[in-house]
Structure formats: C-alpha cells, structure tokens
Design a protein around this ligand. Structure first.
Ligand SMILES: [Zn+2]
Length: 434
C-alpha cells in the first residue's frame, strides 16, 4: 500500500480497527462471528504475542532448519544495504531435491519495512506447516506436493527502522523505504518504461531488488503472494497502465480472469477482506481490485513477475494499520490462515507436464502456448512447465527452437486438479533454421 491518504484512516482508527470490524460483524451477523471467534487461534507458536526482529527471525529459522532438516532449508538470496541476509525458508518434502513436476510457490513479505503483518504471518506459517506435517492431512499433502518458499522480509533494514504501533509511515517514509531511501516496490523494470527498455534490467537498482529479481528469473516459480499493509484487499496485475495517470484506469493482463480468480481465492477466505470495506471509506467489490484501477504503481514487483517470468503474483494488503500492536497478531493469523493455505493450494490448477525430445530428454526454453491467451510459459532445464488456467477447454501448443512444431492439443482443465499433458518433439531437419 502506498498512498499517504489511504493511511489517514488507519491513523485515526489505530490498531483496534480489525477488532472493531470483528465486533461490528458480531452485531451484524452473529452466526458468522461465532465461527470467527472459534477460529481465534490456539497454536502455541502465536504466544507470547510479539514481533520478531532480524536476529530473532534468523535464530528461529535456523532452529527450524535444524529441527526439520528434511522439510526445511534456510538460505539467503542476497544482502540488504546494511548487510542483513534476505532469508528464505523453503519447505517441502525432501526439501533438498525437488521432484520432477513439483511446482514452486513463494510468499514475499515486508518489502515495505513498516508493513509488518505479512512478515509475522510468514513466521507463523513456517511453524504451522512444519509442526503439522505428518499429522494434519491437508498440510502433509501441501508440503508433499509443493515446493514452498517463505520470505519474511525483503526489506529487513526498513523493518529495523520502523516502530510498532505506527499505523502510517514515518515522515520521509523511513522504514517503508530501504536504507538508501528507495521504495523497493517502485524499483523494478517497468514494461512501459520505454526509455530504459534497452538497458541491462539490473542496472542502477537496489541490492534487495537485484537479489529478488535474480531469484525470480532464475527459478520456475508458478504462483506468488506479495504481502503488504495499509489496506485490506487483494490487488492483481497490472499495477501500471502506461497512461501516466495516478489511478482509475483498469489495466488488465492477458490472464485477467485467472488473476481475478486467484485474488478471490485469498479474499473470499478472509473474513474482513471479502467484505470489501474493512478500511472505510474504501470499498472493493469482493475484496479484490485491479492494481492500476486502484492506483498506479510503476516499477512494482507483481508486474515484473508476470512480464519477466512464468510466475503469477498477487499483492495482498493485509491490515488497515501498517504496523499494528503485537497483540493483534494472533487475530491476524486467524484472519489469514485459511487464505494463506488456499492460495498455496491454488498452485495446483491448470495444466502441467514435461516437454522432451524423442529420446526422452527434457527440452529447456520451449514455449507453451495457450490459444487465445497472449502469455506463454517456458520450460525449465528439465523440460517441465506449469500453466495456471481456470477450468474449461483450451488448445495447447508447444514450440521450441530446433524442433518441429506440434499441432495444438485440445485439453480440459477441471476444478481442483492439475491436468497433465506431456509433449514429445521431433528435431527439425538440419538446415531448416539456417
Ligand atoms: Zn506496501
């Protein structure tokens, strides 16, 4: 979340906003609220209710890594300006060896250092997945079938400069920005920035941005959530319309219907987000919005994911107050737990498979084309692909340099399952591509 005006209401209302909203829900719809109250969390890792600073997250994640060596792998994708590690905890069955066709999912939190709910949700989610693996069927299935990456903070320096209880950014945006004063969610290459189009896309960018850009383009992530605060809404691409306007221009991507669905997966499971009016006076139909329709972001991370990689990313704004008091965190876990799990599960939809040559060797860099949707995905070094799609009928084709084109294959995508379609390509006759 970024516009200062959006946060005026947070300052006025303070950290009690979510509680107020829940209380009003009790009044308006008693039976629903009973179920919300019952969901108030019992997990022991939520207490004592407190934030974890950089050192504490480092120690906690190291402990998880050593307690669950086959399920958790802690690594850093780079360093912040002030030399803090950009930690990622990877969680999956047999975590050191991703199986063929297993999709990769990521959550990235706290790129605005003073938007802190997502950061702590990653701390909670990591423990929830690891502690319940093997005893909870849903968690076990998710961890067995998905390679899950949790990044609690892309801006650890900003977090350390922020202050608990402040619902809006400090003056000069200290804490929101990184240690160089840069807003990381404006620091990515933008598809409409013609002037910089031909430069090396990494030139002149912040350490944190370069680290996460490299991570995104080097790995075949399928789905991603970008966790923010200062509003309660799921915002989907595009964030930029190229019009130069501040807001109110819908900027749909070729996968607009899919993105709306993915945003709704999260919002509909969130008792406040789905109402669309968690932070009055703002209203969001169904708790979702097109990014540019809400307000334009040039150089944002979610557009970068879609334009420069195979990954589909949605931005989730999680709390009216950017840095609510720690006492609110168990309730935030209760509000978001089902949404977080459901969104990771959405990695398993559409179609996936392997593209090989006639000898069964994976073909890297093949383009998987869905007729009618101008957004291809490319295969991994093992020939794998994943293409998120809504239920329906499609024609799927594959092209690869040096191989003969294949006729489009009619496929059916159903709810709740990934369709598997493998392709075997025949090498072109020598000379064809002279
Ligand atoms: Zn933000």
């Amino acid at each position: 979340m970024s516009r200062i005006t959006k946060c005026v209401t947070c300052v006025k209302m303070g950290a009690g906003r979510v509680l107020c909203a829940l209380i009003s829900l009790v009044i308006v719809c008693g039976c629903n609220c009973v179920s919300i109250s019952r969901q108030l969390p019992v997990e022991d890792f939520l207490y004592p209710s407190q934030y974890h600073n950089y050192e504490e997250i480092t120690n906690l994640f190291r402990d998880l890594n050593s307690t669950y060596p086959h399920l958790a792998r802690l690594h850093s994708i780079g360093k912040s300006i002030q030399n803090r590690n950009l930690w990622v905890l990877e969680i999956s069955e047999n975590v050191h060896n991703r199986s063929l066709g297993e999709p990769m999912f990521k959550f990235v939190a706290n790129m605005h250092g003073d938007e802190t709910v997502g950061r702590e949700l990653m701390v909670f989610l990591a423990q929830y997945l690891l502690k319940n693996y093997g005893s909870d069927a849903r968690v076990t299935k998710l961890v067995n079938t998905t390679d899950i990456f949790l990044m609690p903070s892309l801006n650890p320096d900003g977090y350390e400069a922020s202050q608990e209880g402040l619902c809006d950014s400090k003056s000069g945006f200290e804490g929101r920005v990184n240690a160089n004063g840069a807003d990381l969610n404006r620091d990515f290459p933008d598809q409409f920035d013609i002037e910089k189009m031909h430069r090396n896309i990494f030139d002149g960018r912040q350490n944190e941005t370069v680290a996460v850009m490299t991570w995104i383009v080097s790995n075949p992530f399928v789905l991603s959530g970008n966790l923010h605060g200062g509003a309660v809404v799921a915002s989907y691409p595009f964030d930029d319309s190229g019009t130069g306007q501040e807001c109110c221009v819908e900027s749909p991507s070729p996968d607009n219907a899919l993105f709306k669905h993915l945003a709704t997966v999260y919002s509909s499971a969130h008792p406040l987000m789905r109402s669309g009016n968690a932070c009055p006076p703002e209203q969001f139909n169904g708790g979702i919005t097109n990014g540019a329709q809400w307000y334009e972001v040039q150089g944002g991370m979610q557009d970068f994911n879609y334009v420069h990689s195979n990954c589909f990313e949605i931005t989730f704004e999680l709390s009216c107050c950017k840095f609510p008091n720690a006492s609110m965190l168990p309730m935030e876990w209760a509000n978001n737990k089902e949404s977080l799990l459901s969104f990771i599960e959405a990695t398993h939809m559409g179609v996936k498979g392997v593209v090989t040559d006639e000898d069964g060797n994976g073909i890297e860099g093949a383009q998987v084309v869905v007729a009618g949707i101008q957004h291809n995905v490319t295969t991994t070094s093992l020939g794998e692909y994943w293409r998120l799609l809504l239920p329906g009928s499609y024609n799927l084709a594959v092209t690869a340099w040096g191989y003969e084109p294949v006729e489009p294959v009619p496929i059916t995508v159903v709810q709740g399952n990934t369709t598997v379609i493998n392709f075997s390509l025949r090498a072109s006759q020598p000379g064809i591509y002279n």
